[in-house]
Each structure stands twice: as structure tokens, then as C-alpha cells.
Design a protein around this ligand. Structure first.
Ligand code: PNS
Length: 162
């Protein structure tokens, strides 16, 4: 039996924490589909095509990982891929309540199961929002995002402020 999972997110932009979860999922499941939401709840810094491109670049070395965009309900995307399992990272208790709610809703509306991966402790403080804030305020984001993402982030912030 092959087991495929969907790793969904906004990836605005992808961080080392996301990448660690995707990598660990790819070592344990037969296929990982990284699903990049087209319209995140909040205004995205990067366009969908840019987020897809960065995710594709940084996951290129991982076996059995592909990247796709989705719109609408995640469970509908899972059904379209014939995948019944979502895989997400849990950084700590702050993530748990909302993630549990979404997992239960996705089970209810789509019979899609969610498995959680505990993020590496040394990456559990990371979030795309904080990385963007630190970068915007001139802080050092080395090690928080892959190099190609850091370069894209600095370029975007420079062009936005210029
Ligand atoms: O990286 P994020 O922003 O935490 O990702 C959240 C995401 C995209 C996984 C979540 O918002 C989502 O699943 N959106 C799709 C719409 C949907 O299915 N909503 C119902 C969730 S129970």
C-alpha cells in the first residue's frame, strides 16, 4: 500500500520549519504533495507564482515531493489528488487548538485524516510572519529560511520600500 500525504500552507514564504516537516514527511510517506493555497487569509507578500517557485526550488532535492497550488477547500484538493491524509507541523500548544479544530473539521467534511509532526525544537520559534517582520526591520534572517528565500525576501522588501 502506498501512502501519500498533502502538506498544505500559505508558504509566504517557506521557512526552514516548513522545509523540515516536508523533508521528514518525504522520508516516511511514499509521496508528498506540497499544496500552496492560492488565496491565503491575510494579504500575502509573495504572489502565488513566486511562492510556488520558491517551494519548488527548495524541495527540488527531495524524493517524491511535488508542488501544486490549490483554491477553495483543502479537502476538495485532497479528493482531487485521491489523497486522504494531511500532514502538518505542530510547533507547540499555541498551534494545537486551531490545528486540532481544522483537523476535526477536515475529517468531518471530507473524511480526510490529519497527522501531526512535532517540529524540531530548534525551529519551533519560526513563522513566516516573524521572519518577514525581522527582515522588514533590518534583522538577520540567516538560518530561518533557505538562502534563495532570504534573497527573494530582501529583494521584495527593497523593491516595496523603494
Ligand atoms: O500556512 P497556513 O497559513 O497556516 O496554512 C493554512 C491553510 C492554507 C492550511 C488553511 O488555511 C487551509 O486549509 N485553507 C484552505 C481553506 C479550507 O479548507 N478551510 C477550511 C479548513 S478546516
Amino acid at each position: 500500500m502506498t501512502v501519500s500525504v498533502v502538506c498544505p500552507g500559505s508558504f509566504d514564504p517557506i521557512t526552514m520549519g516548513h522545509l523540515d516537516v516536508i523533508e521528514r514527511a518525504s522520508e516516511r510517506f511514499d509521496e508528498v504533495v506540497v499544496a500552496v493555497v492560492a488565496n491565503p487569509g491575510k494579504q500575502a507578500l509573495f504572489e502565488l507564482e513566486e511562492r510556488l517557485d520558491l517551494v519548488t526550488q527548495v524541495t527540488a532535492g527531495l524524493g517524491s515531493v511535488r508542488v501544486a497550488a490549490f483554491e477553495g477547500l483543502l479537502v476538495d484538493f485532497c479528493r482531487s489528488q485521491s489523497i486522504g491524509v494531511i500532514c502538518k507541523g505542530l510547533r507547540g500548544v499555541a498551534d494545537f487548538e486551531y490545528e486540532q479544530q481544522m483537523a476535526q473539521m477536515n475529517l468531518h467534511i471530507g473524511n480526510v485524516e490529519t497527522v501531526f509532526v512535532a517540529t524540531r525544537p530548534d525551529l519551533s520559534y519560526l513563522s513566516s510572519s516573524l521572519v518577514k517582520e525581522v527582515a522588514r526591520l533590518g534583522g538577520d534572517i540567516t538560518g530561518t529560511v533557505p538562502d534563495v528565500v532570504a534573497t527573494a525576501l530582501r529583494a521584495r522588501l527593497a523593491s516595496d520600500s523603494g
